[in-house]
Design a protein around this ligand. Structure first.
Ligand SMILES: Cc1ncc(COP(=O)(O)O)c(C=O)c1O
Length: 413
């Protein structure tokens, strides 16, 4: 559509144009009801069908087993930083009522700003002790201060110190701010160390998949207690949070509170969400509708496999262009840990970041400024960014690099 830019923003982010056109119709008249999706009751049978369809799309696309429920709520990843602690500490209390708070451990794998925030919230809420399994900054070859790597887990250099029976084990699959992601190839030294986890059939493993959800398959999905994601990166508007939760983690939080656990706000309890089919209170109806359309489109295009292949190709091309820039662009993250979804880099030279962004802006390529805490450039390549649009960016990068080299040469002359 004329006038639309290519939006490389990190979230809320690009959505497929044909979905937006379809959604515009639903906004006026949802499923022939004569009422728009933002106006219709969440108790109507038409909306109920829409919610069930979204759940069924997620279950089939990701191959979620029947051991796991799919719940929908609001509050984003940030609310889940609190909800995982409250629900899983309640579960631990029911399993081990005799333990004191300081004997309950919550394991956090810290590989970037979001996992750091998640651990800070666990500390703030209390009710257990936070054990930092690993902090990847210690493995930064740059300055020991940067989130620029995934720590090693080999036989001779294992960095991960998991506790024997924690209430939860947290990791963030893709660090949106820092551009660090666990490698998808399970043989890679930068993969998540599933083989290092304590041996238990019902591990309380929690994955924050906010910014990689539906971009590729989830390794060891069935071994997770909780996987959650905000919709606003790959699948829809902000306001919808998806939680995939193993049924043994949907516990009676009020029974746990009677044993001394913290009371859980009713809308944060997984049991409330599960018992009411995610309709305890008013859900984000519009976001649910649009996410359903996005996932229907995804299915039509060839499902997760199709997107995984396209996403692999897009990021490979972009990292390659950075590599070939001969130092004009410099990637910030170590090679095996570079995110497929959020590619971060610096541009060499005074004011070069600004020149890069201004030049792209003129060509209708927007929202590539790095996160305010990280600076530099961040290009987000979520599902709605096509390979063709990525190629357009790469053409621009090549031209930009040519111009910057010319500038450096003339300044030296
Ligand atoms: C990996 C990750 N986790 C958590 C969050 C927080 O999500 P929200 O802003 O929806 O609360 C974000 C937001 O960008 C994120 O990228």
């Amino acid at each position: 559509m004329e006038g639309r830019s290519i939006n490389f923003g990190a979230g809320p982010s690009a959505l497929p144009e044909d979905v937006l056109q379809e959604a515009a119709k639903g906004l006026l008249n949802f499923e022939g009801t004569g009422i728009g999706i933002a106006e219709i009751s969440h108790r109507s049978k038409e909306f109920g069908a829409c919610l069930s369809k979204l759940e069924s799309h997620i279950r089939t696309l990701l191959d979620v087993p029947q051991t796991h429920s799919i719940l929908f709520t609001q509050g984003g990843g940030s609310a889940q930083f609190s909800a995982i602690v409250l629900n899983l500490l309640a579960r631990h209390r029911l399993l081990h009522p005799e333990l004191k708070d300081e004997e309950r451990v919550m394991d956090y794998v810290i590989t970037g700003s979001w996992s750091q925030k998640a651990a800070a919230e666990a500390r703030r809420l209390g009710g257990g002790k936070v054990n930092v399994v690993v902090d990847s900054r210690e493995f930064s070859t740059k300055d020991k201060k940067s989130f620029d790597n995934i720590p090693p887990h080999g036989d001779n250099n294992n960095a991960y110190k998991f506790s024997p029976d924690p209430a939860l084990i947290f990791y963030c699959e893709n660090e949106t701010v820092d551009g660090v992601q666990f490698a998808h190839d399970q043989a890679s030294p930068a993969s998540f160390p599933f083989h290092r986890l304590p041996q238990s059939a019902l591990l309380p493993l929690v994955g924050d998949h906010s910014s990689s959800f539906m971009s590729r398959s989830i390794p060891h999905l069935a071994d997770h207690a909780v996987i959650y994601a905000g919709a606003q990166k790959n699948i829809g508007p902000a306001g919808l949070t998806i939680i995939i939760v193993r049924q043994d983690c949907i516990v009676d939080v009020d029974a746990a509170a009677k044993l001394g656990a913290s009371p859980v706000p009713i809308t944060m309890s997984y049991k409330t969400l599960a018992d009411h089919g995610s309709l305890y209170n008013t859900p984000s109806t519009l976001a649910i509708y649009v996410a359903g359309l996005v996932l229907q489109r995804m299915k039509n295009m060839g499902g997760l496999e199709y997107y995984e292949n396209v996403n692999r190709a897009k990021q490979a091309k972009l990292y390659n262009a950075i590599e070939e820039s001969e130092g004009i662009l410099r990637r910030k993250v170590r090679e095996d840990a570079g995110s497929w979804m959020n590619v971060v880099f610096d541009v060499a030279g005074d004011g070069a970041d600004t020149r890069f962004i201004a030049g792209a802006d003129k060509l209708g390529m927007k929202a590539m400024k790095g996160h305010r805490s990280a600076g530099g450039i961040r290009v987000s390549l979520y599902n709605a960014i096509s390979e063709k649009e990525t190629d357009q960016l790469i053409e621009y990068i090549k031209e930009f690099v040519r111009q910057e080299k010319g500038r450096v040469a003339s300044e030296a002359a």
